[in-house]
Design a protein around this ligand. Sequence first.
Ligand code: ADP
Ligand code: MG
Ligand code: MG
Ligand code: MG
Length: 419
Amino acid sequence: AQGRSYRAFDVDSVKDYVAAQGELTERLGTAAAGELRAREVGDGNLNLVFIVEGPGGAVVVKQALPYVRLVGDSWPLPLKRAYFEWNALTRQATHQPQRLPGLFHFDPVNALIVMEYLTPHVILRKELIAGKRFGHLAEHMGTFLAETLFRSSDFCLAAAKKKADMALFADNVELCAITENLVFTEPYFDAPLNRWTRPQLDGPVLSLRRDRAAKVGAQEMLYRFTTKSEALLHGDLHTGSVMVTATDTRVIDPEFAFYGPMGFDIGAFLGNLYLAYFAQEGHEAYPDQRVPHREWLLETAESTWSVFSETFARLWREERGGILYPRTLYEDANDETGATIALHRFLHGVFEDVVGFAGAKMVRRLVGLAHVEDMESIEDLDRRATCEAKALLMGRELLVNRTTFGDIYGLSCLARAIR
Ligand code: ADP
Ligand code: MG
Ligand code: MG
Ligand code: MG
């Protein structure tokens, strides 16, 4: 018998593939490829994304390519990342199904996932650039972060289960390597793929490469990233991995998933909110037009952290059942206070990681390979560079002084002070 092997689909062949999947017939309203329409909408750096539509409904087909789409076939990237994405999605779905697309089908050979077509959802980053606000965003993201992180940690999971899962995701080596190099290391030396707005940011970029404290800060965050296997992370939780409507929030694209420090996911999201904050000035039609939007972005960062920590505290009280801080030592010994103090000490450590990771994520989007549309869509390069220079100051400050902020409001103060 001939073994099946991978092939990359196009807008025609993906229709035949989808039509042949019996479990999708009802959802699409047909089993005939001729009644389907398909288009490719992937705007990401790595994968193909098709919307396949039938008379009864539509699905999204996301397929991994064997190379980095952004760079081309000179940069190979393994197809197994679809397997990690599927495994992360199905685990997150056991905790927070309402924050994810519906999951319909996984094909490991073709490295593809069939999922719910989110509509009328749009990518959060695009909405933030347009100056739109989302009243539920912080509540939804803070809860998603607390539930997915707490429930995959040693505070909650049985030890054997967590270790087996750590082993599974430990094989996501190549995607971790992208983060290890592109986020924590390359922005701080003359790496060939680095980009920045030239010549306006030449000075700050050269200073960063001579900045011992920033380099030590970035490497200390890298050490945490590689050694702190606290929880199953999304791994790429920027504002381009969140889709929204006025009332709904969904998290997509966890192909970078692995067991790492909780602060990495939270810091990624917050760092991207701060990037959006500094980009606002570049999108104003007149001075101070975006002040309310900027303030809303800071409030959203604040509330995301407070919802995260409040929800985490509730889970700590109600669902603590792993090997750490067992009830036999605390509640059962009439020492609930001990458990609560331990919780606050733990959250304080997560907060310091959040600050450092947010800083690292900001810096790399300004002077590394991959930039953010928030800044790139500011056409006037002088104006863009002004926004970027301010964001770079904040990112550097977060990296270097991550233990000095006290609480989330300190980060808002810093952002406001950089004018
Ligand atoms: P990549 O890993 O290449 O970044 P993503 O999973 O982020 O791929 O998807 C790329 C784009 O495809 C998203 O920015 C979004 O516009 C679209 N997309 C992905 N999944 C869905 C979905 N379930 N529903 C609607 N659009 C989606
Ligand atoms: Mg993406
Ligand atoms: Mg992407
Ligand atoms: Mg991705």
